[in-house]
Write a protein of this length. Structure first.
Length: 256
């Protein structure tokens, strides 16, 4: 393990093992319910973690928390702190913005993150908003889903790009070398047991040599590792690997 990789988690270990509260999560730890969103910060030119919200017909698995908010806000701020320490990017680190796909503000931010797309649905305005966002250079990463959730994600993206194709990537693609060298992404151990991870991309104009518009972390949950990286619930090596993927996605999207 390189010195940088070994130090990743240490950069954001500020809370130790004090993850006290009310709700049970995957790693067996305790966490507080989702805090009330403090409101989006106005655009100031800084890279900001944008979490996409969506409507659905029923509630998420943690009380009244919607699935799109899973791991919010800790995962968002943790990965921004890592990006700040390891690169010349100086992102906002005190929070994240929550936006809908039909919000014109989305076009001010080059990268967006969606959690649990198995619950995701869109109306016509949201379909158009996402199509325009990606066509004009935006990048979206889908995370925290497994099994049949992948079917719904593909169904929703067919509304956005009816001819769009998902392509499974291996370690030769530049996105896995934009900062860290991830030679074999399939060695990433997901928090979901028994389901092998896979990484799928949708390319602009279906050109496999061109820009990746969307990444799907199939059978995986990077955000879970990001959130709990300061608690000791997950091995440090796994948290480090999850951060490598996140950093690479952000650097790739900022440079393509």
């Amino acid at each position: 393990m390189t010195r940088i990789a070994a130090a990743l988690v240490l950069l954001i270990v500020v809370a130790g093992g004090a993850a006290a509260a009310l709700e049970q999560d995957f790693f067996g730890g305790r966490r507080e319910p989702m805090p009330q969103a403090e409101g989006n910060q106005p655009y100031d030119g800084k890279l900001t973690f944008v979490r996409l919200k969506y409507t659905m017909g029923f509630y998420g698995r943690r009380g009244w928390e919607p699935p799109w908010a899973h791991d919010y806000p800790t995962a968002d701020t943790h990965v921004m702190k890592i990006l700040n320490e390891l690169s010349l990017v100086r992102p906002r680190m005190d929070g994240s913005n929550i936006l809908g796909l039909d919000d014109p503000e989305l076009f001010k931010y080059p990268i967006a993150y969606m959690s649990e797309p198995g619950f995701w649905s869109m109306d016509e305005d949201e379909v158009k908003g996402l199509r325009d966002y990606l066509s004009k250079g935006g990048f979206i990463m889908f995370d925290d889903f497994r099994g049949r959730d992948w079917d719904n994600l593909q169904d929703q993206m067919r509304l956005v790009f009816p001819q769009g194709q998902w392509v499974e990537l291996d370690g030769t693609h530049p996105i896995f070398h934009s900062f860290f060298e991830i030679n074999d992404p399939h060695t990433m151990t997901p928090p979901y047991g028994g389901m092998p991870p896979a990484f799928y991309a949708m390319f602009e104009n279906n050109d496999r040599t061109g820009r990746v518009m969307a990444m799907a972390n199939v059978n995986n949950d990077l955000g879970e590792y990001w959130e709990f990286s300061d608690t000791g619930y997950a091995p440090v090596d796994l948290s480090n690997e999850a951060y490598k993927f996140g950093v690479n996605y952000f650097i790739y999207a900022l440079t393509h």
